[in-house]
Design a protein around this ligand. Structure first.
Ligand SMILES: Nc1nc2c(ncn2[C@@H]2O[C@H](COP(=O)(O)OP(=O)(O)O)[C@@H](O)[C@H]2O)c(=O)[nH]1
Ligand SMILES: [Mg+2]
Length: 189
């Protein structure tokens, strides 16, 4: 049985907790605490520790799902989980100011994870209004890191089917890269 650790990262309100709740087959363990940054996002609670869920894909792959804190001052949690992770779904709320720039900043923090596995971007809350549009995210990624291939999807984290598609795409990418990596080393001079 293969086991994957997948992180859900991204800013507050992007839908990390919602996504894990949509996907998980076990009751999600969430640690929430009072939002001390209400001036940033007006939400009564926000995740300050983590969310944890599990899903089994096929009868082979157990996937451990971790939602990591959206606030930068909880950086130490990211460092711990990042070491264990094979891939990451970064959620970005399309209706937030500077959504594209926020995505670039978050990606920067996780570029070593990209080297080991895979990263995928899910743009959430696109139903709520005039965000920058999917092409703006792809263009910014290309401009910033032309060396990385990061798929960008629109996704509604409340929709389990959509989340499954994103998760399976990420895992397929990770496995493809794992298969190709030894071959690439073998042909290198
Ligand atoms: N309309 C809409 N609401 C969404 C979408 N994604 C998340 N939400 C809502 O946004 C709020 C914040 O989501 P949450 O999972 O708490 O974000 P987190 O801070 O990243 O864990 C919740 O009320 C979600 O139901 C979306 O695509 N569309
Ligand atoms: Mg949360």
């Amino acid at each position: 049985m293969a086991e994957h650790v997948i992180l859900f990262a991204g800013p507050m309100g992007a839908g990390k907790t919602t996504a894990i709740r949509s996907l998980s087959e076990i009751e999600v363990v969430s640690t929430e605490a009072a939002n001390s940054e209400r001036h940033v996002v007006d939400k009564a609670t926000t995740t300050v520790a983590l969310d944890y869920g599990e899903i089994t894909l096929g009868d082979e792959d157990k996937v451990r799902l971790y939602g990591v804190p959206g606030q930068k001052r909880f950086d130490f949690m990211w460092a711990i989980l990042k070491k264990r992770a094979r891939g990451m779904i970064m959620l970005v709320n399309d209706d937030a100011p500077d959504a594209v720039q926020t995505m670039i900043e978050y990606l920067d923090d996780f570029s070593d994870l990209y080297e080991r596995g895979g990263v995928i971007v899910g743009v959430s809350r696109t139903d709520l209004g005039a965000g920058p549009g999917l092409a703006a995210y792809s263009a910014a990624l290309q401009a910033q890191r032309p060396d990385l291939i990061v798929p960008v999807f629109t996704v509604d984290p409340r929709d389990a089917g959509q989340m499954r598609t994103v998760l399976m795409t990420l895992i397929a990418n990770i496995e493809m890269r794992a298969m190709l990596a030894p071959a690439a080393e073998a042909v290198a001079p």
